[in-house]
Ligand binder design. Structure first.
Ligand SMILES: [Zn+2]
Ligand SMILES: [Zn+2]
Length: 89
């Protein structure tokens, strides 16, 4: 599978932290999305409160990551990609 040409859509649903398709995507106030588990470990290391992508302080106001809503739109796109990858093999 040629991964070099990443579509915009694919990019939108790829986590910048783990470089994988988003799992349980959570979207910050700056509109960047990450896996829930990636955000948890990101917060745990170096107690960073910045968005890993744009360095916005969007994580600062989030006291509980569980309160960040899941991004259903992104989760659906991810599900579609996984489904189509499977049927193509
Ligand atoms: Zn991730
Ligand atoms: Zn951001």
């Amino acid at each position: 599978m040629a991964d070099s040409e990443m579509s915009e859509e694919r990019k939108r649903v790829t986590c910048q932290l783990c470089d994988q398709l988003l799992t349980d995507a959570r979207t910050l106030s700056c509109n960047h999305s990450f896996c829930y588990t990636c955000l948890v470990s990101h917060r745990a290391t170096e107690s960073k409160k910045h968005c890993p992508t744009c360095q916005d302080v969007s994580l600062q106001d989030v006291c509980d990551l569980d309160l960040l809503p899941s991004n259903r739109e992104i989760n659906e796109v991810v599900a579609n990609i996984i489904r189509s990858t499977k049927t193509h093999r």
